[in-house]
Design a protein around this ligand. Structure first.
Ligand SMILES: Cc1ncc(C[n+]2csc(CCOP(=O)(O)OP(=O)(O)O)c2C)c(N)n1
Ligand SMILES: [Mg+2]
Length: 581
């Protein structure tokens, strides 16, 4: 009998070897039996299905419970290794969004899923169709909950998946993948989860499998749409609030058409993760604030607010006040019944955002007096914020964040893709770098730090795979960098065209701003002195440099664009605490 103490004294390697031996007995038997036969295994049927669905790039971090699936990995599949699950899931998310496709992710049983949770929460709010999978312990042992078991696999991932499932028998795995794919992609798109016992893969595949296609958009109810069009047509001072679903649906064209036809201001919904409209358009009004009372101040004077492709609303700090101005009517168009269900005000219409934009533009008459001001020349006008005064000649140090971002915009190739996770500097970055092309700016919908660096890796890979080959620049705060810094390793291994600029202020500046706002003096843990991001980058195989002056930043950027592989540029910036009031 193995006592507890003898079990503990068994070394890690010995324990693994014993496990491995047991597993080989379990796995090899059916495999060798099948070698001479024509029976398809569950593994073969699964890879065949993934191949047919075009899902041949798997992002992952393996463990013993996944190796039985990954064994003899097919040559036509690619495995993008991440060194921590936060990076694995976020890189897959960036890649899925930038390629507008579903992506398979493989992490290690309950341990890997647990590490992945922050990034999974973000993927859910980003509406990214990830098929997250994790191996599971051997079925024979599940009842007794062995080491590294995923004890409640369908529960662990909730509430951040649309569907989670552990097939009740091995032969259901391929069909479960098919269902996972369909559920992930159909609106509202989002992650799904499959738990896959490690001893299932060599079982014969006996369930007939149909490869299916699904629609990714739902059209609006025509009667409800006509009602909405009527309310908008009757409005005296309507306003549009556009959200990220428009960007996800490649809808800048229809978004511009509707705005110009109505000739009304366009606000971005609070904390939009993807810009739905060009920021240099004369009808662009800015981003709505992130707090209840402040939003109604911005929308004052409008009698109808049309929100398309965003939650009503995304809030963060508690600023009491009415949801919308007194006497105003809110019309909410979303593809997500849950999102419309939880809106505190407004009439709702379920629809794909872009289909609704197109349909409304067809139904609504032009409001000519307003629309006539919109000419091509206006459309090309620079964003007003870009004209504000910044001393570019400043050669003093440290640079301000604003000076740094002005240098970045001027020095980066025009088509550079920008990724941002630099909390206290967001306003400065937007002011200096207006987004004027679709799919050229990315950030996260959730606020869970650690998404943007690995997402930038996935986006850079997508740029290469798609042949677009735009350079990717990620601006990542010196605090934010550490939530998934190992993504640099994946970028280095794949020699990706990624430049990471770290504005280093030695603190969690945004949390100091929140401490002021919440009247909380004396909060510990808000300073992070002594970090050396450039040295850390070198350890992951990326080039790391420090650039302090404007001239040094210019030089470092020039070198970075020419380099084969990622560069991290650490830029000391002055410490300034924004006001949230
Ligand atoms: C996973 C996670 N942990 C902690 C936080 C809380 N948080 C929000 S911003 C922030 C600091 C960010 O610091 P940095 O990247 O240096 O940006 P700065 O505020 O200095 O511009 C922290 C810790 C979070 N949002 N997500
Ligand atoms: Mg900082």
């Amino acid at each position: 009998m193995v006592t507890q103490s003898s079990c503990h004294s068994l070394g890690w390697h010995a324990r693994l070897a014993a496990q491995h031996q047991a597993r080989r007995q379990h796995c090899d038997r059916p495999a060798s039996q099948l070698e001479g036969s024509t029976t398809t295994t569950v593994r073969e049927a699964t890879y065949d299905l993934l191949r047919q669905l075009g899902l041949t790039t798997i992002f992952g971090n393996p463990g013993s419970t996944e190796e039985t699936f990954l064994r003899n990995y097919p040559d036509d599949f690619r495995f993008i290794l991440g060194l921590h699950e936060a990076s694995v899931v976020a890189a897959a998310d960036g890649y899925a969004q930038a390629t507008r496709s579903a992506v398979v992710v493989s992490v290690h049983t309950a341990a890997g899923v647990s590490n992945a949770m922050g990034a999974l929460m973000t993927a859910a709010q980003n509406r990214t169709p990830l098929i997250l999978t994790a191996g599971q312990q051997t079925r024979d042992m599940l009842l007794l909950e062995p080491w590294l078991v995923n004890a409640e696999p369908d529960v662990l991932v909730k509430p951040w998946v649309k569907w989670s499932y552990q097939p009740v028998r091995p032969q259901d795995i391929p069909a479960a993948f098919m269902r996972a794919y369909a559920v992930a992609l159909q609106p509202p798109a989002g992650p799904v989860f499959l738990s896959l016992p490690l001893d299932d893969w060599d079982a014969p595949s006996t369930v007939p499998l149909a490869v299916r296609t699904v629609a990714t958009r739902v059209a609006p109810d025509p009667a409800r749409l006509a009602e909405f069009a009527g309310w908008i047509a009757e409005a005296k001072h309507p306003v549009l609030v556009y959200g990220s679903d428009i960007a996800r649906g490649a809808g800048w064209g229809p978004a511009i058409t509707l705005a110009e036809k109505l000739g009304v201001p366009v606000w971005f919904a609070p904390a939009s993760e993807r810009p739905p409209f060009p920021e240099n358009h004369p009808l662009y009004a800015g981003g709505l604030p992130f707090a209840q009372g402040l939003i109604s101040e911005k929308l004052a004077g409008h009698d109808v607010v049309v929100v398309i492709g965003a939650p009503v609303f995304r809030y963060y700090p508690w600023v009491p006040g009415p949801y919308i101005p007194e006497g105003c009517r809110l019309l909410h168009i979303t593809c997500d019944p849950d999102e419309s269900g939880r809106a505190p005000v407004g009439d709702s219409l379920l629809s794909d955002a872009v289909l609704a934009l197109e349909a409304l533009a067809g139904l609504l008459p032009a409001r000519t007096t307003h629309a006539s001001v919109v000419t091509q020349a206006h459309r090309m006008a620079p964003h007003p914020a870009a004209e504000s005064h910044v001393d570019e000649s400043a050669d003093g140090t440290p640079l301000t964040a604003r000076q740094l971002f002005r240098i970045l915009r001027a020095a980066a190739p025009q088509d550079t893709v920008l990724v941002e996770e630099s909390p206290s500097n967001l306003a400065d970055l937007h002011a200096e770098w207006p987004i004027t092309e679709p799919d050229s700016f990315w950030t996260f919908a959730s606020g869970a730090l650690g998404w943007d660096l690995p997402a930038a890796v996935g986006i850079a890979l997508a740029e290469r795979d798609s042949g677009r080959n735009r350079p990717v620049l990620a601006v990542i705060g010196d605090g934010s960098l550490h939530y998934s810094i190992q993504a640099l390793y994946t970028a280095a291994q794949h020699k990706l065209a990624l430049t990471v600029v770290v504005p280093s202020n030695g603190e969690y500046a945004i949390l100091k701003a929140f401490a002021n706002f919440e009247n909380c003096p004396g909060v510990p843990g808000l300073d992070i002195p002594g970090l050396k991001p450039s040295l850390l980058a070198a350890g992951y195989g990326a080039t790391g440099v420090v650039a302090s002056t404007a001239k040094e930043v210019h030089g470092a950027l020039r070198d970075a664009w020419e380099r084969d592989g990622p560069t991290l540029i650490e830029v000391p910036i002055d410490s300034s605490i924004p006001s949230l009031a």
